[in-house]
Design a protein around this ligand. Structure first.
Ligand code: PHE
Length: 452
C-alpha cells in the first residue's frame, strides 16, 4: 500500500512503469552518442569492459542506494536528505543534486534541440532543398539553437505538467519500446552493409594498452552520467515507487537496460562510421577517430546522404528521431527533480512549478545557444565531477549517517531477508567502503592530485 504522502504526490501505476521511466532517464544521448565514441577512441573493447564494470560494480550499488532513499522518504532529494539526516548540512547534498540537475538540463536541452533540427536537415536534403538543409543544420547559429531549445523545453514541460503516471509514465511507456525497436532495425541495416565490419572489430577487440587512469575516470564518469546517478533523478523516481517493489531487482533491470542500449548503440555507430569511410567519408581527424558532435552531425549525415533515395531519408530522419526520443525521456527526469523539490518543499502546484522552473532553465539554455563553448565547461563541472561527487555523498550519507541497518529495513519490504543474501552483504561493503573510495580515488586522480 502506498502511504498518503506518495499518493498525493503521484505514483507509478506499475513496476514496469517505474522501470521504463528510470531506464528512459538513463538511456539518452549519453548512450547513443557519447558511449560509442568514447569506446572507439579509448581502446574499443577495453573501454567497454571497464565501462560495464563501472556500471555494475559502482553504478548499480549507488542506484540501489538512491532508490532506497527516495522510496523510504517519498520525497525529492532535498526533502529526503533533510528527513533522514541528522543536521541541516545533509540537505546540502540534495541541494547539490538539484543544482547539477538544473545545469545539466540547461546544456542537454541545446544538444537535444540539434537532434530535432537534424530531422529537418535530413528531410530538406532529401527534398533537394540543400540550401535549407545546410541552414537548419548550422549548430553555430545561436538563433536556431535558441529556437530548437525552446521547442524541446516546451515538450519537456508539457510532459512534466501531466504528472507522474499520466505524464512521465505514459510518455516513457510509448517511447522506450519504440526507441528499442528503431535501434535494432538501424543496427540490422548497417551491419548488413559491406564495409561496416571493420567497425565491429574496432569496437569489440580490446586494446588493453589503452587503459590509463584517465580512461577509467572517463568510463566511470560515463557510467554515472548514463545511469543518471548522483543528481537525484533516481531518488525522485524512487520516491514514487510502491513499498512492496523489490529494489535490487528493479535497480538491476534499469542498470542492465541502460548498459544494453549503450552496447547496442556501439553496434550501430562504429559500423556506421566504417561504412562511411568505405563510402569515401573521412572518419579520422589528426589520427583520432572523429567523436562527439562532429561524428553525429557531420559524419553520419554524410553517410545518410550517400545512401540517398527514400531509404536514405528514412534511415537518416529516423536516426535523429531516435536521438530526440532518447533525449526527451532524459530531459523529463532532469526537470522532474527541481519540480518535485518545488512541490514538496514549497507547496507550489505541479503545473505552475513545471512552467516556472522549465522556463527559468530555458533562460540558461538560451545563453548557451549563443555560446556553445559553455557546453564543455558545464559538462565537466556538473556531470564529470558533479555526478561522481554526488555518488560519493549518497554512499557516505547512507552508510554513516542514515546507516545501512535502516536502509536494509526499507529494502526488505520488497525483498525478504535481503541483508542475509550474498548480494545484500556485498552491497553493504560496496556502499560503505568500495564505492566511495574508488570514486574518490578516481576523481582525485583525474584531477591530477596524484598519479598511479
Ligand atoms: N542518462 C542520461 C543520458 O545518458 C543523461 C542524464 C544524466 C539524465 C543525469 C538524467 C540525469 O543521456
Amino acid at each position: 500500500m502506498a502511504n498518503s504522502t506518495t499518493t498525493a504526490r503521484g505514483n507509478w501505476n506499475s513496476k514496469l512503469g517505474f522501470v521504463l521511466a528510470a531506464a528512459g532517464s538513463a538511456v539518452g544521448l549519453g548512450n547513443i552518442w557519447r558511449f560509442p565514441t568514447e569506446a572507439a577512441s579509448n581502446g574499443g573493447g577495453a573501454f567497454l569492459i571497464i565501462y560495464l564494470i563501472c556500471c555494475f560494480l559502482i553504478g548499480f550499488p549507488v542506484m540501489m542506494a538512491e532508490i532506497t532513499i527516495g522510496r523510504k522518504t517519498g520525497k525529492n532529494p532535498v526533502g529526503a536528505f533533510k528527513e533522514l539526516g541528522s543536521n541541516s548540512f545533509h540537505a546540502l547534498i540534495g541541494i547539490w543534486a538539484v543544482i547539477c540537475g538544473v545545469m545539466i538540463l540547461s546544456f542537454y536541452t541545446v544538444i537535444a534541440g540539434w537532434t530535432i533540427s537534424y530531422v529537418f536537415e535530413e528531410l530538406f536534403f532529401a527534398a533537394g532543398m540543400t540550401g535549407w538543409a545546410s541552414w537548419i543544420s548550422d549548430t553555430s547559429n545561436g538563433w536556431l539553437n535558441a529556437l530548437f531549445s525552446v521547442a524541446f523545453m516546451i515538450g519537456t514541460i508539457s510532459i512534466i505538467r501531466g504528472g507522474v503516471s499520466e505524464g512521465i509514465e505514459k510518455a516513457t511507456k510509448t517511447l522506450m519500446p519504440l526507441l528499442f525497436g528503431i535501434l535494432i532495425l538501424l543496427i540490422g541495416y548497417v551491419v548488413l552493409q559491406p564495409g561496416s565490419s571493420e567497425g565491429l572489430a574496432v569496437y569489440l577487440q580490446p586494446d588493453f594498452s589503452k587503459i590509463t587512469p584517465q580512461l577509467i575516470f572517463a568510463a566511470m564518469g560515463q557510467a554515472f552520467f548514463s545511469l543518471s546517478l548522483g543528481m537525484g533523478a533516481i531518488i525522485t523516481y524512487g520516491s514514487y515507487l510502491s513499498p512492496d517493489e523489490d529494489i535490487p531487482q528493479v535497480a538491476a533491470l534499469v542498470t542492465g537496460m541502460d548498459a544494453l542500449v549503450a552496447f547496442l548503440a556501439g553496434l550501430l555507430i562504429l559500423p556506421a562510421m566504417y561504412l562511411a569511410q568505405a563510402n569515401g567519408i573521412a572518419i579520422f581527424e589528426g589520427g583520432q577517430l572523429i567523436a562527439g558532435p562532429d561524428l553525429i552531425f557531420q559524419v553520419l549525415p554524410a553517410l545518410f546522404h550517400g545512401i540517398g533515395g527514400t531509404l536514405g531519408v528514412i534511415i537518416g530522419s529516423v536516426f535523429f528521431i531516435l536521438l530526440s526520443m532518447a533525449a526527451l525521456t532524459s530531459t523529463i527526469s532532469l526537470l522532474e527533480v527541481p519540480v518535485s523539490y518545488a512541490i514538496d518543499e514549497h507547496q507550489i502546484p505541479r503545473r505552475k512549478a513545471a512552467m516556472i522552473i522549465g522556463l527559468g532553465i530555458l533562460l540558461i539554455s538560451l545563453v548557451i545557444s549563443f555560446k556553445v563553448g559553455l557546453i564543455g565547461t558545464f559538462d565537466f563541472i556538473f556531470s564529470q565531477i558533479g555526478l561522481p561527487l554526488g555518488g560519493i555523498l549518497v554512499c557516505v550519507f547512507l552508510a554513516y549517517s542514515w546507516k545501512t541497518s535502516n536502509a536494509f529495513k526499507e529494502l526488505e519490504r520488497g525483498h525478504a531477508n535481503f541483508s542475509q543474501t550474498v548480494v545484500g552483504k556485498s552491497w553493504k561493503a560496496f556502499v560503505m567502503i568500495i564505492c566511495p573510495v574508488v570514486i574518490l580515488y578516481n576523481l582525485l586522480n583525474a584531477l591530477g592530485w596524484f598519479s598511479l
